[in-house]
Write a protein that binds this ligand. Structure first.
Ligand SMILES: [Zn+2]
Length: 272
């Protein structure tokens, strides 16, 4: 029943999405966000073969996979974004991003950004998932360095993955600043991008991220980004275990944007 309803809503959403797009006629970029690329029994994990099929779909259907840096620069300078622009991001720093995603990204020649919950990297446990007792393995710093040398960009996802709107601002600043410095020391490269844990931020949190020298930040607000988007509250599209290649194609076409926006607003209301 639920899947039936979901199908109907996606068809309606697709129609509305196309209509809104035709009204808007503005170039836009969709930022996808993945977590674990594995068969883990959690909603946010995508199976390795499905992930490879997603990448194959992007290539076959003429998508332009931009780095987050390219996309942000285009938005900031109001340069025209290519049609069908997509950015790939990964949250938290799962070990399987190295084992499963990295070889596929390399094979397709696609850029990507991985946001690290920096204090857990190399620690042997990554306690960032909710609603599960399962604690997966994080990346090691050697793997991070190897991927960085291979063209993967790394951003900060704080040190300890707190809900930033719920902790004192002095602590927010510490999470935002120290994670950046820590990662820059290890990578010997600037860390330009930030990602709010669980998409949680406030105006004050956003201000601190900008003030600490980041170039842009990602939320979990669904939808696409255009030249008017605030680069410190970039929207992203959630990828989950349910995203078969057919669902993936629909998500790229915007079929679930309204549905996801409804869910997002509902969660924010409940949290408030
Ligand atoms: Zn996270």
């Amino acid at each position: 029943m639920q899947s039936h309803l979901r199908r109907i809503l996606s068809v309606v959403g697709m129609g509305v999405g196309r209509w809104v797009h035709s009204l808007r006629q503005r170039p836009s970029v969709r930022i996808l966000y993945y977590h674990s690329i594995s068969d883990l029994p959690v909603r946010s994990s995508v199976a390795p073969e499905v992930f490879a099929a997603h990448m194959g779909h992007l290539q076959e259907h003429g998508y332009h996979v931009l780095s987050l840096n390219e996309a942000v620069q285009q938005v900031q300078t109001c340069s025209p974004l290519p049609e069908k622009s997509v950015v790939l991001t990964f949250d938290d720093g799962f070990l399987d991003n190295y084992e499963q995603a990295f070889p596929v990204l390399t094979r397709f020649g696609f850029p990507a950004t991985i946001f690290l919950a920096a204090s857990y990297i190399g620690s042997g446990r990554l306690p960032t998932l909710t609603h599960t007792d399962f604690v997966p393995q994080p990346l090691t710093w050697d793997q991070v360095k190897e991927m960085h040398a291979g063209g993967i960009e790394f951003g900060s996802h704080t040190l300890t993955h707190p809900m930033l709107s719920r902790i004192p601002l002095s602590q927010v600043r510490q999470e935002v600043r120290d994670s950046k410095r820590f990662m820059e020391d290890i990578l010997s490269a600037p860390v330009r991008f930030f990602c709010y844990p669980r998409g949680d931020f406030s105006a004050a949190v956003r201000h601190i991220v900008q003030d600490e020298g980041y170039a842009a930040a990602c939320t979990i607000r669904p939808g696409v980004n255009d030249l008017k988007t605030d680069v410190f509250t970039l929207k992203r599209t959630y990828m989950s275990r349910r995203d078969t290649v057919e669902e993936f194609a629909k998500k790229l076409a915007g079929a679930y944007d309204l549905l996801q926006l409804g869910g997002y607003l509902w969660h924010r209301l409940r949290r408030a």
